[in-house]
Design a protein around this ligand. Structure first.
Ligand code: XMP
Length: 513
C-alpha cells in the first residue's frame, strides 16, 4: 500500500525542516523538496497535501522563487506559510505589497474557527509572525480567516479549491496552537490516516534491507555516535553476521566511550555482528604532534581515520554494501547545495571510495535526528547511546586548543566526565543542548597546598540550542559551577584553573575549534 506523504516545497525558508518534522510528529510522513522540482515530478509522487514554506524574498520581484500556478489546480490541498501564503495569493490573482508595519515575533490574531484549518483554535490566539510584505487583497474565491491589528490577512482560504494560507508560522513553538493547525491540515483537509509510525518503519526497513542485501556482505564504519550506531543495529537485525562493523578508536573519544561501544557491539554485547575495534590512538597522536592550526588538525584526523578504516577494509576484502549513517537533514542540505564552510566537518558518513564495495546503503536516509533516536530505542539501544548529545567526528581533537597530546586528552576526558556527572546530578529543569569540557592552551600560576602550580585551564561550555546553527550560553547554577571547579582542580592532575565560556554562537561556535 502506498504510504501517505506531505510534500514540503521549499522556497528558502529557515524553518523548512521544522515544518516536515512537525508534520511527522502528527504521524504523517513529510518530505522537503526544493521549489525547482517540476510539476510532473510532484504529480508522480502523489502527495496527499503540499506545503509552501516561507522564504526571504518578495513575490513581486521577478528574481524571487515562483511556481507554476497550475499547482493550485491539481485538486491536492495546499497550505502556504508566510512567503508561501503570499506566493499563493500572488499566483491566484491577489495583491501582495510591502506592509505599512512589519511584524516580527509573537502576535495576537483573531481567528475564524469555522475554518477547517483553524477549527478548535481559540478565537484569539498567539502566533509567530516574521514578515515585511503582506497580502493586501485576497484573490477571488478566497476569504479571510484570521487577522491581527496590523495584518489584515493573517490567514485566508478557498476551501472549495482546498487552498489555505497563514501569514504566521504554525511550525514554530511560539505559535501556541500551531501543531493543532498543522494537524487539522493533514487530517481534516488532506484526509491522512497517520501511517507514519516508528514501529512500522523499523520492521519495514529490516525487511527491505534483508531483501536488498540477500546473502551479500556489508561493511559499516561505527563511530559510537547515534546515527552510525542505529544504522549498525538496524543492519545487524536484518543480516546478522553478514555485517562487519569497524570501530576506529582514534583516542579522541570521551572517557570510557570506546569500551562502552565495545560492550554494546562487541562479542559480549547483544548484537550478532562481526565487530572490529581498532585502537589507533597512538597513530593519531603521532600525526597530530606539533600541529596547532584547527583546520589542519581536522584534516589530519579525517584523513587518518580514512587510512585506518581502509586498512581494515582491505583485510576484509570485497564487500557488497558500504553502510552509511546519513540522515535526512544531510540529504536536504546537500540537495539544496548550501554550505558555508566555517569548519571542515568530518563524519564517518563521508567514507573512502577506495574501499571495494558495489553499493552504498543508507538505512536512515529519510529520518530526522529525533526519529533516529526513537528508532534506536525501538531497536533496544540504551538511552546513553540514543540520547547522546552531538559529538564531533574529530572528537576531543577540536576540544583541545592547540597541540593534541595524550596527556591533554587525559585531562580533558577527566574534566569532561566530572562536568557531565555534575550536570546530571543537578537535574536542571532544562538540560543544556550541548555541554562539555574543553582544554585551553593557557597555563597559569596557582597555589595548591603550599606549592606553586603552573598548570592548564579547563574551559566548561554549556549551550542551549535547537538547531546547532545558533546557540546561547546556558545559565548553569553558580553552585554547580563551583562544585565542578572544585572537583576538576582537586581530581584532575595538571589543572589549576576552570573557566566558563559565556560566548553565544555567533560570534563563537559551539566547539572551540
Ligand atoms: P560548531 O562548533 O560548528 O558545531 O558550532 C555545531 C555542531 O556540530 C558539531 N560538530 C561536528 N559534528 N563533525 C560532526 O559530526 C564535525 O567535524 C563537527 N564539528 C562540530 C558540534 O559538536 C555541534 O553540535
Amino acid at each position: 500500500m502506498k504510504k501517505e506523504m506531505i510534500l514540503v516545497l521549499d522556497f528558502g525558508g529557515q524553518y523548512n525542516q521544522l515544518i516536515a518534522r512537525c508534520v511527522r510528529e502528527c504521524n504523517v510522513y513529510a518530505e522537503v523538496h526544493p521549489y525547482t522540482m517540476t510539476l510532473n515530478e510532484i504529480i508522480s509522487m502523489e502527495p496527499k497535501g503540499i506545503i509552501f514554506t516561507g522564504g526571504p524574498n518578495s513575490v513581486y520581484e521577478e528574481s524571487s522563487p515562483h511556481y507554476d500556478p497550475a499547482i493550485l489546480d491539481l485538486g491536492i490541498p495546499v497550505l502556504g506559510i508566510c512567503y508561501g501564503s503570499q506566493l499563493m495569493a500572488y499566483m491566484a490573482g491577489g495583491k501582495v505589497s510591502t506592509a505599512p508595519v512589519s511584524e516580527y515575533g509573537r502576535t495576537s490574531v483573531c481567528v475564524d474557527t469555522s475554518s477547517r484549518l483553524l477549527h478548535g483554535i481559540d478565537a484569539v490566539t498567539d502566533v509567530w509572525m516574521s514578515h515585511t510584505d503582506y497580502i493586501e487583497e485576497v484573490p477571488e474565491g478566497f476569504v479571510i480567516t484570521a487577522h491581527s491589528n496590523v495584518c489584515p490577512v493573517a490567514a485566508m482560504e478557498d476551501s472549495g479549491r482546498k487552498l489555505y494560507a497563514t501569514q504566521f508560522h504554525p511550525e514554530v513553538t511560539h505559535t501556541r496552537e500551531g501543531r493543532k493547525i498543522l494537524s487539522n491540515f493533514v487530517y481534516t483537509i488532506c484526509n491522512c490516516s497517520g501511517d507514519w509510525k516508528m514501529d512500522s518503519f523499523v520492521e519495514e526497513k529490516i525487511a527491505q534491507i534483508r531483501e536488498k542485501v540477500g546473502d551479500g556482505k556489508a561493511l559499516c564504519a561505527l563511530s559510537g555516535g547515534v546515527d552510525s550506531s542505529v544504522a549498525a543495529v538496524l543492519m545487524s537485525k536484518a543480516i546478522g553476521k553478514n555485517l562487519t562493523c569497524v570501530f576506529v578508536d582514534h583516542g579522541l573519544l570521551r572517557k570510557d566511550e570506546g569500551d562502552q561501544v565495545e560492550a554494546i557491539f562487541g562479542p559480549s554485547g547483544d548484537y550478532d555482528l562481526n565487530f572490529i575495534r581498532v585502537n589507533a590512538a597512538d597513530r593519531f597522536y603521532e600525526k597530530l604532534s606539533g600541529i596547532t592550526e584547527p583546520e589542519k588538525k581536522r584534516k589530519i584526523i579525517g584523513e587518518e581515520f580514512i587510512r585506518v578504516f581502509e586498512e581494515e577494509a582491505k583485510k576484509i576484502g570485497k564487500v557488497d554494501f558500504l553502510v552509511q549513517g546519513t540522515i535526512y537533514p544531510d540529504v536536504i542540505e546537500s540537495g539544496l547545495g548550501k554550505s558555508a564552510v566555517i569548519k571542515s566537518h568530518h563524519n564517518v558518513g563521508g567514507l573512502p571510495d577506495c574501499v571495494d564495495f558495489t553499493e552504498i546503503i543508507e538505512p536512515l536516509r529519510m529520518l530526522f535526528k529525533d526519529e533516529v533516536r526513537r528508532a534506536g530505542k525501538k531497536l533496544g539501544l540504551p538511552d546513553h547511546l540514543t540520547m547522546r548529545q552531538p559529538f564531533p567526528g574529530p572528537g576531543l581533537g577540536v576540544r583541545i586548543v592547540g597541540e593534541v597530546t595524550a596527556e591533554k586528552v587525559r585531562i580533558v576526558q577527566e574534566a569532561d566526565a566530572i562536568f557531565r556527572e555534575e550536570i546530571d546530578k543537578a537535574e536542571l529543569v532544562q538540560r543544556p543542548g550541548q555541554y562539555f569540557a574543553a582544554l585551553s592552551d593557557m597555563r597559569s600560576v596557582g597555589v595548591m597546598g603550599d606549592f606553586r602550580t603552573y598548570d592548564y585551564a579547563v574551559v566548561l561550555r554549556a549551550v542551549n540550542t535547537t538547531d546547532f546553527m545558533t546557540a546561547e550560553c546556558c545559565d548553569i547554577p553558580f553552585e554547580v559551577q563551583q562544585t565542578c571547579m572544585r572537583r576538576i582542580i582537586g581530581e584532575v592532575k595538571g589543572v589549576n584553573r576552570v573557566m566558563f565560556d559565556l560566548t553565544s554562537k555567533p560570534p563563537g561556535t559551539i566547539e572551540l575549534e
